[in-house]
Ligand binder design. Structure first.
Ligand SMILES: [Zn+2]
Ligand SMILES: [Zn+2]
Length: 278
């Protein structure tokens, strides 16, 4: 299994749900079901965006993108997180105004909605499993969205039942809790994508510096910069060495630094600048 295959399966299930919800919605005249079909359509678009982003991010470095295309994945995660945040705000607005809520009274429509929730829950758990196994932030983002759909659907279905009983304030409270949960999901995605997009280092600068300084013949570390693109890390290092060392010896030091960073810190792309100690 790979990320793209997971997304294709997810997309196919969403397509199936769109068709089912639309057909049953039109036959039974359930407005809630037709509205939900429309939402499933946006889910399918999410899957397509994620798929294209993954395909883009897998491309090797080229003339336009010297460091590769991995950040396209984080960009897509950012996009999905933004959508999720919008959903959270929407849920809050709907909870407060509650005017646009369609109360489902159609039994067949309700059954289809409940089945769709179960399918979505299964999908999100399955996708989360693969997100962890394949270490994919984008799959994680898509799984979070699917899970948020489960939350909003449950909120809507329970809300209808409570509204029918006249318990409007419980309905509102329930929706607000769901909004907070979706907000947290969005925040988690942002906190994964943003550090990578803005080149935040997730290495302990002091520890890496110390490890370089401990190498033979390195007098001092003058500059150290590390940036990451997902699982790939890049380092720029400037070290001072004794001025009398030969070119060959200096080159060996640079090699040592590169090897040490690769082995100890998983940084496989290092540029070393060697300066004479003064
Ligand atoms: Zn959705
Ligand atoms: Zn390119």
């Amino acid at each position: 299994m790979n990320v793209k295959r997971v997304l294709i399966i997810e997309g196919l299930v969403n397509l199936l749900m769109i068709v089912t919800k639309l057909i049953v919605g039109i036959i039974t005249g359930s407005a809630a079901l037709t509205a939900d079909a429309l939402h499933s359509f946006t889910d399918l678009i999410n899957n397509v965006v994620a798929f294209l982003a993954i395909r883009m991010s897998e491309k090797p470095a080229d003339d336009d993108h010297h460091y590769g295309h991995q950040k396209f994945e984080q960009l897509a995660v950012f996009f999905l997180a933004t959508l999720l945040f919008v959903v959270a705000i929407e849920v809050v607005i709907r909870a407060i105004s509650r005017s646009s809520d369609v109360v489902e009274q159609n039994k067949v429509g309700l059954i289809v909605l409940v089945v769709a929730v179960v399918i979505n829950l299964t999908l999100s758990l399955w996708e989360r499993y693969w997100a962890k196994k394949l270490k994919s932030d984008l799959l994680h983002a898509d799984a979070s969205h699917t899970f948020s759909d489960v939350l909003t659907s449950v909120a809507a279905i329970v809300g209808w039942q409570l509204a029918a009983l006249g318990l409007y304030w419980v309905d509102t409270l329930f929706a607000l809790i769901v909004a907070v949960m979706i907000g947290v999901l969005a925040y988690r995605l942002f906190s994964k994508a943003v550090p990578i997009l803005v080149d935040q280092s997730h290495f302990d600068h002091g520890v890496v510096k110390k490890s370089i300084k401990q190498l033979v013949n390195v007098t001092s570390v003058k500059k150290l910069r590390i940036r990451s693109m997902g699982k790939q890390h890049f380092a720029d290092v400037t070290v001072a060495v004794e001025a009398k060392l030969s070119l060959l010896e200096s080159h060996n030091i640079a090699d040592q630094i590169e090897n040490m960073l690769a082995q100890q810190f998983n940084i496989h792309d290092t540029t070393v600048h060697v300066e004479p100690d003064s």
